[in-house]
Structure formats: structure tokens, C-alpha cells
Design a protein around this ligand. Structure first.
Ligand code: GCU
Length: 559
């Protein structure tokens, strides 16, 4: 812990030349060194620091990690230090030399450290700072815990000098047979023959990258489409002369036609739920395959085919598990609430995080929606900010649908979704709390929704707090009975919306939030979960499962 940043600024708040990045030790008894990684507390990586030591639960500030390792770098190889995430800002040094920095708590980043490694003992020192900042994305106000640290795995990648840097392989928009994509090599031999193989589909396509290392390709193939009912994944191999990459990809198309969402050309209703990246049972940031299997297992238990991974890019493991299990994904960057729209720094950060999210998950068939914002107050600077992000997303990935969680405005009991950004989106998301923040559950009987945009609507949030096990009269807030009544009333209201094509109630599981202090009931947890953080299902869980069961039993066209 380094709450005053003493490891990189001195008592005059001037930058230290090396500070803790040097991982120094006294050379003699008279040497003054006021830190020592060897005798400092040990933290597990991956893992947020907040849940690893009591004094770190609320800690917001700089914290230092040091990892030593032995290795023998070989000529002709490239070594890349890869972080799946660090929340919020990271600065990395190898053998005392800073190799780079990154901002954004939920997307991967990496540094080529080939020239910094040496034979024998090597040292990596990482400064992670989760201080909330006005100019950051998210900004200082969020309704989730500010879990800090190296929250996902860190790896040293041993790569060929020229390696496969990136690729995209997916059905061309609206096609069921034509695969379109590209490959990009990185290194001193960019021009190479590349073979794309899909053995099970008897595909072997030979292409050649240009001097820029890139090549685009298109070819026909007979492929079984990926869908929640049949999540077919194909082994793909991309073999260049100096490197080869294997992946597992599902082939599907996702489009909008009027108010319908079409998956592989067929209208689909997204039976979903929202989820934070909160580890079931143990708490803290989720990151593991076990966490992902628990969370997605609950989605399937609800009869769901969809999950809104709120409010930031979740770990790659849960997205790959959604591919495997057949769960459609709404992915989102944390452009949340009161971003400073007129400051260029959050815009730059939001654009960077969007590009990193798309770059990581562009080959994940489960991801069908990119969301650029959540509950952002309407203003011209905000509209311009979001239009920039929408433009970026369309350029980076023309194959997926764009959305955002908007907020309807009330005209009496009619809720109107006419946020100007809605016109640029493919699918409207809308968060509403009729019956919780907006009146009592009976109000749902009177409320209707309309929109001037002829587009599909996903109700991307609704719900109520309930403490698991707290029973009482249905009008008593925070009881399971009240939450159950609210779900029954909400579902009846939602069924009356003709352009509704998906539901994602808030939220799968209770999650930590510094904004929820109510003693006995909340105690630092937002209790809108259908399941408690201990895995206890509340009564509303069965109400939602009943609703999704009805949809499943309905004729396919109305699902
Ligand atoms: C908002 C917000 C959520 C928040 C929820 C709540 O809609 O999007 O992040 O947790 O409401 O108040 O519980």
C-alpha cells in the first residue's frame, strides 16, 4: 500500500528518478532504503486486493506489486508481458526500466519487453492505482465496488519474432455461407503465406499477407450456425510460416429488421439478466472459469439465453464460456452516469477502452451487442461524445449491433424512449425502475412505453432490493415478498410493449456497493440480486424463471 505515492514522488511531490521500480536493497548497513518487497505482504494475482486483506477492503490509491522470475531469453523470439486487466491505472517496469502505462480497469494491454529481459533473474514491478478520478471512465460516481489491482491473469508470452498479432473470422453480414475476415502479422517478416483451416468444414484457404502484414479473405463454407439452442464451435487454425494460432469460433449472423432482432435470420427474444463481475460465494472481482460457470449456470437455470455483462468489459473467460454454453452477450464500456462530456480525456479513454474491448472479443460469437453507455444524462456534449463512440464501433466492427442503456422520459404514465442517441443505435436499451424508485409495484399496472424509433427494445434494467430470507407483507420494501410482487407486476407491464425483444432485470446476484450502507439489510451490498452473494435464490428468481419458461413454451415466432 502506498497511499501517498511515496514510491514514485518525493516529499516535494516531485517525481523520483526510479523509486520502487528499482526494487532496490541496501548495499551496506548505512544505506537508506525505505521499502522492501521481500518482506512486504504477499497478494495473489489474479485477484482484487480489496478482498485479500481487511485493511484493503475500502483501499483506493497506489499499490505496488513485484514479481521475480528466472529465464533465458532466446534470440529470434519476442517476449510480450500481457495483462488481462489492471484496475484502474498501471505503470510497469522490467528490471528497473519503465516499459509502459495503461488506463482503464477492464481491458487487456501488453508491452514488448524483449529488449529488457536478461538471462537469469528478472524483476517486474507494477504500480496499480485505483483512485477514482473526475476525468476517468468510469468517473468518481458508480454503484459498484472499486475493486483495485491485478484483477485478471498476467502472462509473459514467448512468441516468434513475426507472430499473428490479430485476426477476424466470421460470416459476412447477412450471409449463411460466406466467411469474411482478415489476418495481421507483426514482425520483421510481414509478407508470408497464411493458411486458414477449418478442418471439420474441410476448409483450407491459402492467402498471402502484404508488406503491412495484413490480408483480407472471403470464402464459402458449409457451416452449422451457432445459436443458444445449438452453440456449435469450430476449431480454427491460422497458420503463417513463422507462427500459428488456434481458436474456437461460432458462426452466426446478427441483424435487426424493423423491431425484430434476427439471429441467423430468425427473430429471437433475448431472455436475460444483468450481471456484475462479482465472484459468487467468495466476493471480489470474478475472473475464474469456476466463477463464469456459476454465473452462466444460473442464467441457464433461469431459462435464459442472454446476459448483460454490466457495466464494463468482463473477463475473457466468461465470454468464451458464453460461446461454449450458447449465451448471447451484451458487452459494455463503463461510460456510466456523470462522465465529464466536455473534457477530451474521458473521450480518449472511452475510445481506447471501446477499441480494446472490440479487439479482444471480435471473434466471440456470443457477443452480439456493444453498448456505449449506461444512464447518461442527455445534453449536446454527451450526444456528440456518444456519436463519436458509435462511429468508432461501426468502423471497428460492422458485424455487431450497437446499443446503450437509455432512460425514457415520463409523459404521465406513458414512458417515451426518444433519447436522440436512440436514432443512431440498432437496438434501444432502457433502464426503468417502475415500482421501486418510481412509485410502488401497483404503478406498473398503469405504465406504458412508446418510442418514435422503429427499433427493437431490450429492457436493460428493472428490479428491486430484497434481503434473502427476509419475509413479510408484499408492501414491505426489502422483503423477498416485495421483490416477488414487483417482478410479477413488471412482467405484466413488459408483456404489453409491442416492440420489446429482450429483458435483462437488475440483477443476477447481490453485489458490493459503497452506496448501499443500510444496516442489517444492505451493509455495503446492493441487494437487487435474484440470488444472494451466498447463492441463496430469492422468490423472484422463480417468477422470472416462470416467465422465461412461458416464452420458451410459446410458438417459436413469439419466443
Ligand atoms: C441504475 C444503474 C445500476 C445501479 C442500479 C441500482 O440503473 O444502472 O448500475 O446499480 O440502477 O440503483 O440498483
Amino acid at each position: 500500500m502506498d497511499p501517498y505515492g511515496n514510491g514514485h514522488v518525493d516529499y516535494r511531490a516531485q517525481p523520483r528518478p526510479d523509486g520502487f521500480f528499482a526494487d532496490a536493497r541496501p548495499k551496506s548497513p548505512s544505506d537508506l532504503v525505505e521499502y522492501d518487497f521481500d518482506t512486504s505482504p504477499v497478494l495473489k494475482v489474479p485477484g482484487d486486493w480489496n478482498t485479500q486483506r481487511p485493511e484493503l477492503l475500502y483501499y483506493e490509491g497506489p499499490l505496488w506489486y513485484r514479481r521475480r522470475f528466472e529465464m533465458a531469453p532466446e534470440p529470434g523470439r519476442r517476449y510480450v508481458l500481457h495483462f488481462e486487466a489492471a484496475n484502474y491505472a498501471a505503470k510497469v517496469a522490467v528490471n528497473g526500466v519503465v516499459v509502459g502505462t495503461h488506463e482503464g480497469g477492464f481491458t487487456p494491454f501488453s508491452f514488448d519487453v524483449t529488449s529488457r529481459l536478461r538471462s537469469g533473474a528478472n524483476t517486474v514491478v507494477v504500480l496499480v492505482d485505483n483512485t477514482r478520478r473526475r476525468e476517468a471512465v468510469p468517473t468518481v460516481m458508480t454503484d459498484w465496488w472499486n475493486y483495485g489491482g491485478l484483477t485478471r491473469p498476467v502472462r509473459l508470452l514467448d512468441l516468434p519474432e513475426t507472430f499473428v498479432r490479430d485476426y477476424h473470422v466470421q460470416l459476412a453480414r447477412g450471409s449463411k455461407r460466406t466467411v469474411a475476415g482478415w489476418v495481421r502479422l507483426d514482425g520483421p517478416r510481414p509478407a508470408q503465406e497464411v493458411v486458414i483451416r477449418i478442418p471439420e468444414a474441410r476448409v483450407e484457404q491459402r492467402v498471402r499477407t502484404g508488406a503491412d502484414g495484413r490480408v483480407e479473405f472471403r470464402f464459402d463454407a458449409a457451416l452449422q450456425p451457432w445459436s443458444p439452442d445449438a452453440p456449435k464451435l469450430y476449431d480454427i487454425e491460422i497458420a503463417a510460416e513463422t507462427d500459428r494460432v488456434a481458436d474456437r469460433i461460432g458462426f452466426r449472423t446478427i441483424e435487426v429488421r424493423g423491431t425484430d432482432i434476427l439471429l441467423n435470420g430468425t427473430p429471437v427474444f433475448l431472455r436475460g439478466v444483468c450481471a456484475h463481475e462479482e465472484a459468487p460465494l467468495r466476493g471480489g472481482r470474478a475472473w475464474s472459469l469456476e466463477d463464469a460457470r456459476t454465473q452462466l449456470g444460473w442464467v441457464k437455470e433461469l431459462g435464459g439465453n442472454f446476459v448483460r455483462l454490466a457495466h464494463y468489459p468482463h473477463n475473457e473467460t466468461i465470454v468464451r464460456e458464453a460461446d461454449r454454453l450458447g449465451v448471447l452477450v451484451w458487452a459494455e464500456i463503463p461510460v456510466y452516469w456523470t462522465i465529464d462530456w466536455s473534457d477530451p480525456r474521458p473521450l480518449a479513454s472511452a475510445r481506447q477502452q471501446l477499441a480494446e474491448m472490440i479487439g479482444r472479443d471480435r471473434n466471440r460469437s456470443s457477443v452480439v451487442l456493444w453498448s456505449v453507455a449506461n444512464e447518461t444524462p442527455i445534453s449536446e456534449p454527451r450526444n456528440a461524445f456518444l456519436r463519436t463512440l458509435i462511429g468508432d464501433a461501426r468502423a471497428l466492427d460492422p458485424t455487431r449491433l450497437l446499443t446503450a442503456a437509455l432512460q425514457a422520459r415520463g409523459e404521465g404514465d406513458t414512458h417515451v424512449i426518444d433519447d436522440p442517441i436512440g436514432e443512431q443505435l440498432d437496438v434501444m436499451g432502457n433502464n426503468e425502475y417502475v415500482g421501486w424508485y418510481d412509485g410502488t409495484p401497483e404503478k406498473c399496472d398503469r405504465v406504458s412505453f412508446r418510442s418514435p424509433w422503429n427499433k427493437p427494445l431490450i429492457m436493460s434494467e428493472f428490479g428491486a432490493d430484497a434481503l434473502a430470507g427476509y419475509r413479510g407483507p408484499a408492501e414491505q420494501r426489502f422483503t423477498e415478498d416485495h421483490q416477488e410482487l414487483l417482478y410479477r407486476k413488471q412482467i405484466a407491464m413488459l408483456k404489453r410493449i409491442p416492440f420489446l425483444r429482450g429483458t435483462a432485470p437488475w440483477i443476477l446476484m447481490d453485489f458490493r456497493s459503497p452506496r448501499r450502507p443500510l444496516p442489517v439489510i444492505q451493509e455495503g451490498w446492493n441487494r437487487k440480486g435474484l440470488i444472494s452473494e451466498r447463492g441463496v435464490r430469492k422468490r423472484a428468481f422463480d417468477v422470472l424463471r416462470e416467465f422465461y419458461g412461458e416464452l420458451l413454451a410459446a410458438p417459436a415466432t413469439q419466443r
